[in-house]
Ligand binder design. Structure first.
Ligand SMILES: O=C(O)CCC(=O)C(=O)O
Ligand SMILES: [Fe+2]
Length: 321
């Protein structure tokens, strides 16, 4: 076509190529507070080189069965994946009540959390409807006390990658965001019955370095020869690292990310765990404690922190459209 011709004049200008290739595609679903971008192509390409190192077995202690990838995510993708996920995912600061020794206590989860997925009894069909895993029929509205969310494309790519490496299968992605050294997770085991016996859990770290502490549960005194209490394990998790916990690890060990003071404690850290819940109760538990009922928080680039979004009333929604 000749330059300056009438045709050229009317031909819409070719869209300008962005400096970095960014995906315009997004995962949208009625259960999401907002659409979630797909992984940008450069990150996706880099992930093709994962695992960046071979896993190293840590199983020299009683009941401990870990594989440690140091790192799992290739160096060139660590920062960009961290920033992308922090910016794209909805996060919550869940508050809930528990009864401790008959006394009602309010727990403020000391970190941001979010979760996607559904247990084995259900699945999302290609249209995004929740259906029974066996019959493919629509799941009745009241079946779950929560609203399960499909795993967005960006996290699903990670899930598929980690499944390939570990030969495990996962249907849940839980994400923690530790804004700084004051955020933490106290000692616990992910040994809920809804995960079945000896669950495998893959745990990916991005962003700030944090210590991952593990301790054996108390060993009940037995009539046989006394066993030495295994010593504490400390892994200094760095950006891109992945720990696969499996076998008897959850049944016999607890883990935590303690608060941290001093240099480096101002940096944020993302943790992603991949798990497999077998029954409905697992889905309800995960949404109750990782989404809850409070406001959604979103990363605010200008403020450099998570900001709670106002509840979207009908007026704002109309304006946004
Ligand atoms: O942040 C971590 O590395 C651990 C998170 C964790 O233990 C959990 O979410 O259950
Ligand atoms: Fe855990």
């Amino acid at each position: 076509m000749k330059r300056g011709s009438l045709e050229a004049f009317f031909k819409p200008a070719a869209p300008k190529r962005p400096k970095h290739e960014v995906s315009l595609d997004k995962s949208a679903h009625p259960s999401y507070p907002f659409a979630i971008s797909h992984l940008p192509a450069p990150i996706k390409d880099e992930l093709g080189f994962a695992p960046a190192t071979e896993g190293r077995a840590i199983n020299d202690q009683l009941d401990l069965d870990l594989m440690y990838y140091q790192p799992y995510i290739p160096a060139d993708a660590q920062k960009s994946l961290f920033s992308f996920l922090r910016q794209e995912l909805p996060f919550y600061r869940v508050i809930y009540n528990i009864s401790r020794g008959g006394i009602q206590t309010t727990i403020n989860t000391p970190r941001f959390t979010t979760v996607f997925g559904v247990d084995e009894t259900s699945t999302f069909n290609p249209s995004g409807d929740l259906v029974d895993a066996k019959t493919g029929k629509s799941v009745a509205k009241g079946r779950y006390k929560c609203t399960p969310r499909p795993i967005p494309h960006c996290l699903d790519q990670l899930r598929i990658l980690v499944q390939g490496t570990t030969s495990e299968t996962f249907n849940f992605v839980l994400v923690n965001y530790y804004a700084d050294g004051k955020d933490s997770i106290s000692y616990h085991s992910d040994d809920e019955r809804f995960l079945g016996p000896n669950p495998a859990i893959a745990s990916l770290s991005l962003g700030a370095n944090r210590d991952f502490l593990m301790k054996h549960k108390p060993i009940s005194p037995s009539t046989t020869a006394p066993v030495a209490e295994p010593k504490q394990v400390k892994l200094s998790l760095a950006s891109g690292d992945m720990v696969l916990m499996r076998g008897g690890t959850q049944a016999h060990w607890q883990h935590s990310i303690p608060k941290r003071a001093g240099a480096g404690a101002q940096q944020g850290r993302i943790n992603i765990t991949f798990r497999k819940a077998l029954v409905k109760g697992g889905t309800e538990n995960y949404y109750q404690y990782n989404v809850g009922t409070g406001a959604v928080h979103r990363w605010h680039v200008g403020a450099g922190k998570m900001v709670a979004e106002e509840e979207e009333g009908p007026v704002r929604k109309e304006m946004a459209e």
